[in-house]
Design a protein around this ligand. Structure first.
Ligand SMILES: *[C@@H]1O[C@H](CO)[C@@H](O)[C@H](O)[C@H]1NC(C)=O
Ligand SMILES: *[C@@H]1O[C@H](CO)[C@@H](O)[C@H](O)[C@H]1NC(C)=O
Ligand SMILES: *[C@@H]1O[C@H](CO)[C@@H](O)[C@H](O)[C@H]1NC(C)=O
Ligand SMILES: *[C@@H]1O[C@H](CO)[C@@H](O)[C@H](O)[C@H]1NC(C)=O
Ligand SMILES: *[C@@H]1O[C@H](CO)[C@@H](O)[C@H](O)[C@H]1NC(C)=O
Ligand SMILES: *[C@@H]1O[C@H](CO)[C@@H](O)[C@H](O)[C@H]1NC(C)=O
Ligand SMILES: *[C@@H]1O[C@H](CO)[C@@H](O)[C@H](O)[C@H]1NC(C)=O
Ligand SMILES: *[C@@H]1O[C@H](CO)[C@@H](O)[C@H](O)[C@H]1NC(C)=O
Ligand SMILES: *[C@@H]1O[C@H](CO)[C@@H](O)[C@H](O)[C@H]1NC(C)=O
Ligand SMILES: *[C@@H]1O[C@H](CO)[C@@H](O)[C@H](O)[C@H]1NC(C)=O
Ligand SMILES: *[C@@H]1O[C@H](CO)[C@@H](O)[C@H](O)[C@H]1NC(C)=O
Ligand SMILES: *[C@@H]1O[C@H](CO)[C@@H](O)[C@H](O)[C@H]1NC(C)=O
Length: 715
């Protein structure tokens, strides 16, 4: 074996397939967030999984009794895609059946009592793939509901299944933003539709009439809500059903180089012509609020609308500021809460009395929940009431406790309640204690450290994830995983794409650093990446490596590997050309960037304009400019470390040519390399069968070069 050492011999004795394998992780249950009914007696959540033997996906709804903690199957099937609690009793529901017996590509709405689902009544079938149901009962007993789907320019809902196919496949554009994420953009745009269900007591009638609130807003060429790849979090209905809020990107600006959003308010009984902006740029007390907005939410009283907005008009990672507006089109009176708070919250829930907002924000490697009272002034500093994990949903219950569904590196789902002060009241579910695939996973598998570096005054953090059967007196090769973004973070959360424990259980100690650009340590650390792609974060990673090498005796740094996706892939390519690259036995780039010039083939030009401190131009492409200085290709002569390259065809963020360029150059230079590409995957690999190949091929590569496997070839 090429890289055999004392350490590796000790390792060879470890069974490599112990702990959690890619296959068991990918087959394991995936849980939705538990959503409570209005009386807080029970909550519903989805569970889905995949079976490799039969190639079957299955999903069901579970019911969690919040009084007894009992969990039962509520509905064993996948045709119920959404459930909304609305109607005359706390168990009245309307659900979306994702199939439609009459129209191919449509859906249907049913009314039921959650306690006797078998008596569900079909209300209506809708002839397009609507989703994102939100609903409120009015004083008269009628139900006002919202759904969204794509619409033609004339406002009519679009159903791909019944639409006629044009004779030519040509796509023609006259302005930027021709595609986004994994989709070529065309004249069909999302719109929020409202409808009225007449009647009550679970027996409703529907006229078939839906109002499109988005297409045709006065003086606006083409609004879209939910915006592009977003979802129902972009709109809301007031608790009495009288008002609607939705957000759209500011349609008066070029979409590819701006992030500005506008939130509109429209009376439910109105049309898009009546939509009025809540936060039009320059119209509130906060002229600096120009950027992306998210999560407009009515208060339970119906009197307020909360939302987040960034200041910068062309930066997706500026700090989110929490605003509250009066739900009064005469004067929205937008007010910021905790304006100076150096965190960037991104989801929220109102307290029942409408006096407090609970917000979740990245905080020191976790996503923590913080209460913010409506009285919070600019200098108010919220205090967290949760600690570990990243919530995927949280709801305030009638007794003011908060039902949280989160995940951690060691568990794919925990469900528990906390008091508004942060005391854990009851833990209902911990996936690692019940799922066979997660057996043995525990908080002790994970640790963290803070390291000093020469880019920030604050110390920076990194996660450590230990392999199954970890023994401090032995050594394990280093798996060094660099995160994407670059604005983002390695969180204490479960991932089915980069699951640290799955990597560790191959026999590595995983080190997952949060260098310059990471979110959760204040906006300065996030922003410090601007114009410095190849310097600050790279220097930080060198400091992390040195810290590990000098401090963690159980880490075999001689036989380490490095891997990263997206910006992490860019950084891997940068590392390949620099000294740090010589300290790894193998590298893995997933959907990264190889040439800074080619980043202008991305769809979000605001990203490059911001991160590289200006639009690209030839006179700026000289030494000293970020586009020039941080181009990994400048260092191609140094490339030497075996390199595994993944790049998918449907990745429009970083086009597949980036991966092909990288692979072609590695091959040209004779550097051992392998190229993996999925024609049906985007920036991510989501399909379980594809993901299994992704893991198998990457692990074959790194395990060979790290010496974990005794295979004679990485191929
Ligand atoms: C997978 O899901 C199905 C239905 O949702 C369930 O019956 C089955 O027990 C699950 N499999 C595992 C391994 O949990
Ligand atoms: C969903 O709709 C289909 C018809 O399209 C029907 O056969 C099925 O029973 C419905 N399921 C539920 C739970 O309503
Ligand atoms: C809207 O446009 C679509 C596509 O051209 C067409 O099929 C539909 O009939 C139009 N709807 C109305 C109300 O004109
Ligand atoms: C609901 O049922 C109650 C009792 O049967 C009846 O008084 C009421 O009018 C019904 N409401 C509607 C909207 O049908
Ligand atoms: C639309 O533009 C016209 C002309 O500039 C203006 O008079 C009108 O107030 C605008 N309407 C709205 C709703 O902004
Ligand atoms: C945005 O793009 C348009 C063309 O699509 C261009 O005219 C404009 O200068 C750009 N503005 C910024 C701030 O990047
Ligand atoms: C606007 O809201 C602020 C903060 O809640 C309040 O102090 C002020 O009186 C309000 N102004 C109006 C005109 O309602
Ligand atoms: C709040 O975060 C701190 C770490 O900053 C943690 O020690 C503490 O336990 C958290 N508080 C609660 C109530 O979870
Ligand atoms: C962030 O950086 C600015 C400008 O360098 C500085 O004035 C400010 O104090 C810093 N804030 C924090 C929280 O470090
Ligand atoms: C910061 O540290 C890195 C890694 O040791 C080093 O390469 C770089 O030159 C240092 N930068 C400065 C400004 O000292
Ligand atoms: C790593 O640590 C070892 C032992 O402490 C030392 O000999 C070696 O020089 C270090 N490697 C680097 C690149 O600093
Ligand atoms: C070209 O880009 C550089 C660096 O971003 C900038 O300083 C310069 O003003 C730009 N020149 C023109 C003509 O836009």
């Amino acid at each position: 074996m090429r890289f055999q050492s004392q350490a590796v011999v000790a390792l060879a004795a470890l069974p490599t397939a112990s702990g959690i394998t890619p296959e068991s992780m990918l087959a394991a249950n995936r849980y939705g967030a538990a959503a409570p009914n209005p009386s807080g007696d029970f909550a519903l959540y989805t569970v889905s999984n995949y079976t490799f033997e039969t190639k079957k996906r299955s999903s069901q709804w579970n019911k969690l009794d919040l009084k007894t903690g009992e969990i039962s199957v509520w509905y064993a099937g996948s045709d119920i895609s959404e459930v909304v609690f609305v109607g005359s009793t706390p168990t009245s529901i309307i659900y979306v059946n994702g199939t439609n017996a009459e129209d191919d590509g449509g859906i249907s709405l049913y009314a039921a009592d959650a306690n006797s689902l078998e008596d569900a009544k079909l209300i209506t079938s809708l002839p397009a793939p609507y989703s994102g149901l939100k609903a409120a009962q009015t004083k008269s007993g009628d139900i006002h509901f919202l759904v969204y789907t794509k619409a033609y320019p004339n406002g009519t809902a679009y159903n791909e299944a019944s639409a006629s196919t044009p004779a030519s496949t040509a796509r023609i554009y006259t302005q930027t933003y021709v595609r986004h994420w994994d989709t070529w953009l065309d004249d069909k745009k999302n719109a929020v539709f409202g409808g009225v269900l007449k009647g009550g007591n679970g027996s409703y009638s529907f006229s078939g009439e839906l109002t499109n609130y988005v297409s045709g807003i006065a003086n606006v060429s083409r609004a879209e809500s939910p915006y592009d790849q977003s979802d129902e979090s972009d709109y809301d209905i007031s608790p009495d059903g009288s008002g609607v809020v939705f957000l759209t990107k500011d349609p008066s600006l070029p979409l590819a180089n701006n992030t500005a959003n506008v939130i509109y308010y429209v009376p439910f009984d109105g049309t898009s012509k009546d939509a009025v902006p809540v936060n039009a740029r320059g119209t509130t007390k906060y002229p600096e609020a120009q950027g992306a907005a998210i999560s407009p939410r009515f208060s339970p009283s119906g009197k307020k609308i909360a939302y987040f907005q960034m200041n910068n008009i062309a930066y997706e990672s500026d700090r989110n500021i929490l605003y509250v507006a009066d739900a009064d089109p005469e004067d929205f009176n937008v007010t910021a809460l905790a304006l100076d708070w150096d965190r960037s919250p991104d989801s929220l829930a109102w307290s029942k009395d409408s006096e407090t907002l609970f917000v979740a924000a990245p905080d020191l490697g976790r996503e923590r929940i913080f209460p913010v009272p409506l009285t919070a002034g600019d200098s108010y500093v919220p205090k967290n009431i949760t600690n570990e994990g990243v919530p995927s949903g949280f709801y305030v219950l009638p007794d003011d406790s908060i039902l949280v569904s989160d995940s951690k590196i060691w568990t794919s789902r925990d469900i528990y309640t906390i008091s508004p002060e942060g005391d854990v009241i009851k833990t209902y579910f911990q996936a690692n204690l019940v799922d066979p695939a997660l057996a043995g996973l525990k908080p002790e598998d994970v640790s963290e450290f803070y390291y000093s570096t020469n880019t920030s005054e604050i110390k920076q953090q990194a996660w450590i994830v230990y392999p199954e059967g970890f023994d401090e007196s032995k050594t394990y090769p280093l798996a060094f995983i660099t995160h994407g973004g670059p604005q983002g973070a390695h969180f204490n959360s479960w991932s089915t794409r980069w699951n640290f424990k799955v990597w560790a259980d191959q026999g590595y100690v995983v080190i997952a650093p949060n260098p310059t650009a990471s979110s959760g340590w204040g906006q300065n650390l996030t922003d410090a990446i601007q114009g410095r792609w190849g310097s600050y974060p790279y220097w930080d990673l060198v400091h992390v490596w040195d810290y590990v090498n000098s401090t963690l005796k159980y880490v075999d740094t001689e036989n380490g590997i490095e891997a990263g996706a997206s910006f992490g892939g860019y950084m891997t390519n940068w590392i390949q050309g620099h000294e740090l690259g010589r300290r790894f036995k193998a590298l893995v780039t997933h959907d990264g960037s190889t040439s800074t010039l080619n980043q202008y083939a991305s769809e979000e030009l605001w990203f490059m304009n911001r991160d590289f401190s200006g639009e690209f131009n030839s006179s700026g492409f000289v030494a000293g400019s970020p586009y020039y200085d941080w181009n990994p290709l400048l260092y191609v002569d140094n490339w030497a470390t075996p390199h595994f390259v993944v790049h998918n065809s449907l990745d429009f963020r970083l086009p597949v040519s980036e991966g092909i360029l990288l692979f072609n150059l590695l091959q040209t230079k004779g550097v051992p390399s392998k190229f993996l590409s999925f024609p049906d995957e985007n920036h991510w690999v989501l399909n379980q069968e594809n993901s299994l190949v992704w893991h198998t091929e990457i692990f074959k590569w790194i395990n060979h070069y790290s010496g974990i496997s005794n295979s004679s070839s990485p191929y």
